[in-house]
Design a protein around this ligand. Structure first.
Ligand code: DSN
Length: 436
């Protein structure tokens, strides 16, 4: 089937124009999605390199395609940097996303029908743990841990009992609403007793772990980590596997889980960008992790002082990049997230413990990875809280709030914590320079 050239040229123009408008919008906005971040210029340019066009199935030195010498060089360096950043003896950088990394682990370390430990979605677990997600695809049976509502973390005593009874082979620790470190050290003896492998999904907190500001799962009792690489670790949209104290057979199974299990080709351009991001995090990540957490705590405190129901006030609200706010009084998670987006404060509605409807949850989730990356600090966190208070508690006009949001963002549109600091953060890369 063919279509008129003029119509298809219009389709191309429409895409380019929408992406340009998106870029301009985000340059003016306050993006507070906890799972998003900005890519450094040296990492970003690799996304449009020739690596994008190539195949490299297999591992460095043992490929199924020719022409991979430089790909091998970059992948070996990427693996070295990953092992070094996380103190891991094992790394695999072929999973193309966090969920794909999770599937690789499930394929390698569990069989269909096996019980696998995890938290419930409403307690903050990722959709990988759901029957409609990776757990369901591998047909493993979730064994849900107990949850301590007061401490917003796993209930150790209840979970010990649950694990001893269900005896899962694999126990997943990881959250998408990740406020506090999980009690892995406290559960490590139980994992050993039942012969379970501890698995940490660090997607949200990899950058904080690597920066030395969160728990260190490989030293606390987990043997394998999965993650996406674009949240607090400000890399490309990609996935990673890391491990320590694994048997050679387990490493082999993980490699074969990644390829040919859940990838054919991996994405070489994002892998190269990941290598740059890992190097930059080794250089700048500690300061970035500290600033990101300090900003999350400052934002939570400022919101709390303005009457918002921020979770876990008795625990200092958060020890991560994320804070959660129960916005039932303000109209519920969905309505509030929409009202905020209309003034260019970008958040997401989020399930809170006890919620059952993911469409109409009580919460919103706020994250500071991106605003920290462009150099915002405590004063700006207080200002964001004031703007949210004005919109949601004081009936200030949305148009005025939106102007103030743009005013607040204006000086913060270049990148920090990377080489080429000060380069534009939201630039649209217009390679052709003209529309068709
Ligand atoms: N669901 C994404 C989030 O936390 O926003 C992660 O995959």
């Amino acid at each position: 089937m063919t279509a008129p050239v003029a119509d298809m040229a219009q389709a191309v123009r429409t895409v380019r124009e929408a992406v340009r408008r998106h870029s301009v919008r985000f340059e003016r906005a306050i993006p507070l999605i906890a799972s998003e971040n900005l890519l450094s210029p040296y990492a970003k340019e690799l996304l449009i390199s020739d690596f994008h066009s190539r195949y490299a199935e297999g591992v460095p030195g043992e490929r199924y395609y020719e022409g991979n010498e430089q790909v091998d060089e970059v992948e070996n360096l990427c693996l070295d940097l990953a092992r070094r950043l996380f103190g891991a003896s094992f790394a695999d950088v072929r999973p193309i996303s966090g969920t794909v990394a999770n599937l690789a682990i499930l394929k390698a370390l569990a069989d269909p029908g096996d019980p696998v430990g995890t938290c419930r979605l409403a307690d903050g677990a990722h959709i990988s743990s759901a029957a409609f997600g990776a757990f369901g695809l591998r047909a493993v049976k979730p064994v849900y841990y107990g949850w301590d509502l007061d401490r917003m973390t796993i209930d150790v005593e209840k979970t010990r009992t649950i694990l001893k009874e269900a005896r899962p082979r694999l126990c997943l620790f990881g959250l998408s609403l990740f406020l506090f470190p999980l009690p892995i050290r406290e559960l490590a003896a139980t994992l050993d007793e039942i012969g379970a492998v501890g698995w940490y999904d660090g997607a949200h907190v990899l950058g904080l772990i690597a920066g030395g500001e969160f728990q260190d799962p490989l030293r606390e009792g987990c043997r394998v980590i999965s993650g996406s690489t674009h949240k607090t670790l400000p890399g490309p949209q990609h996935g990673i596997l890391l491990g320590d104290r694994l048997a050679p057979e387990q490493e082999k199974r993980l490699r074969s889980g990644a390829f040919p299990g859940v990838t054919s080709n991996h994405h070489l351009h994002t892998m190269a960008a990941l290598a740059v991001s890992l190097a930059e995090h080794l250089a700048f990540g500690a300061a970035y992790a500290r600033a990101t957490i300090a900003n999350a705590q400052a934002l939570a405190q400022a919101l709390h002082e303005r009457g918002f129901d921020v979770l876990a006030p008795n625990l200092g609200f958060t020890r991560s990049h994320t804070t959660a706010v129960r916005v039932t009084r303000e109209g519920g998670g969905e309505a509030v997230a929409r009202r905020l987006a209309a003034v260019d404060i970008i958040t997401n509605k989020n399930l809170l413990p006890g919620n059952t409807s993911s469409k109409h949850p009580d919460g919103i989730r706020l994250g500071t990875p991106e605003v920290t990356r462009v150099g915002m600090g405590k004063a700006e966190m207080v200002r964001i809280a004031e703007l949210m208070d004005g919109l949601l508690h004081r009936d200030r006009a949305p148009a005025t709030i939106a102007e103030e949001v743009h005013e607040l963002k204006r000086p913060f549109t270049t990148l920090r914590y990377c080489f080429a600091e000060g380069e534009a953060a939201y630039r649209y890369y217009d390679l052709v320079g003209r529309d068709p």
